[in-house]
Design a protein around this ligand. Structure first.
Ligand code: SF4
Length: 134
């Protein structure tokens, strides 16, 4: 069983109200092999919502609101779902401050990438999940 980013499964949970539908991920869900989650929505954030990036360990919106608590809570809830499903593998949306694996934006909202994981991806990595992006 895979845990997958909701936006990759075609859910309109992205910050701008859109999705990142990926046919391969949608097929896994349709076959009952994957469960879609959106940690940002599970953390109580609205959709649409302001874009956020990680700055010195905190998650800030482009309006400088600190939403670290929402991101942490959502990641914990999404992890709970993954554990309930007995999953140890995840396919997550690249570059997201929640779901990004290995590369995320640098906190300047300029499109610059740095090495690092999103909060949810980091949590799954710590729990020993196998991680891949779309
Ligand atoms: Fe997609 Fe993850 Fe962002 Fe939700 S938090 S919109 S699942 S990348």
């Amino acid at each position: 069983m895979y845990i997958v980013s909701g936006c990759l499964a075609g859910l309109c949970c992205r910050y701008d109200g859109g999705d990142n539908a990926d046919e391969r991920v949608m097929k896994l869900v349709a076959q009952g092999k994957a469960i879609p989650v959106c940690p940002e929505q599970l953390g109580g954030l609205t959709t649409p919502r302001p874009p956020c990036e990680i700055v010195n360990g905190k998650v800030l919106s482009n309006e400088k609101a600190d939403v670290t608590g929402n991101f942490m809570r959502g990641a914990e809830e999404a992890l709970k779902l993954a554990q309930l499903a007995g999953s140890k593998k995840a396919i997550l949306k690249a570059r997201s401050p929640s779901c990004g694996i290995g590369k995320i934006y640098d906190g300047t909202f300029s499109g610059t990438l740095i090495e690092g994981d999103g909060l949810f991806a980091a949590m799954l990595r710590k729990e020993g999940f196998e991680l891949e992006t779309e």
